[in-house]
Design a protein around this ligand. Sequence first.
Ligand code: PEP
Ligand code: MN
Length: 257
Amino acid sequence: MKTFDLKAKRPLIISGPCSAETEEQTIETCKQIAATGMVDVLRAGIWKPRTKPGSFEGVGLKGLAWMSEARKETGLPFGLEVATAKHVEAALEFGADMLWIGARSTGNPFSVQEIADALKGTDITVLVKNPMTPDLDLWVGAVTRIRNAGIKNVGLIHRGFSAYGASLYRNNPMWHLAIEMRSRMPELPMICDPSHICGNRTYLQEVAQKSADLYYDGLILESHICPAKAWSDASQQVTPSDLETLLRSIVWRQSTA
Ligand code: PEP
Ligand code: MN
């Protein structure tokens, strides 16, 4: 495990497939992403929080072995979502470099506390996604539980808030709430997740640029060697080559902090 200083690299770019599906898809995607030279951390979902049972729920432990292999082949660290103490233990055992709490878990104090307890005694970097509901106290509370467990390297991911009804995006960004969150915890880096805000490929670039204009500290973007065939979040993933084009187009502002 690499201790990851979130403030050492700005913008911090995380990318990889929504889900690890097969060994070949995981490793090939990670290799092509690494070859862009523009990504700092690899990602892949191993346990997937699906809305309804019967959908693909992740490959589990074997996916961790694939990510560990991807790290060996690319030299890049990797991170993933954890939702239970068992996930934390397995991810640490496989040497994950970074963990994050998904939007569904952030909204559940029992889950966050379970994760925090499992993290005690480690110094792994932990990112906390905003909860599904636009409730900043829940987000602050989750961060506080993780910090109370002794985790020092903590960051935020803004992935938009669940909204009923038609919208341009799958999740409502509610930028003003993310800005208020920053003012509540100004010492924490905040990265944007355009993939889960948009739920499509069309607006990824403009959402990513908007976050850069708002002085965010980085991006997490889903990428897949064959997005149309992805087993989860097919409509929002981009090929590693399109990812590179997108990343090259973003103009980052100097932090004023
Ligand atoms: C994901 O990263 O694939 C994911 C499920 O994210 P979120 O928790 O933001 O929905
Ligand atoms: Mn996803």
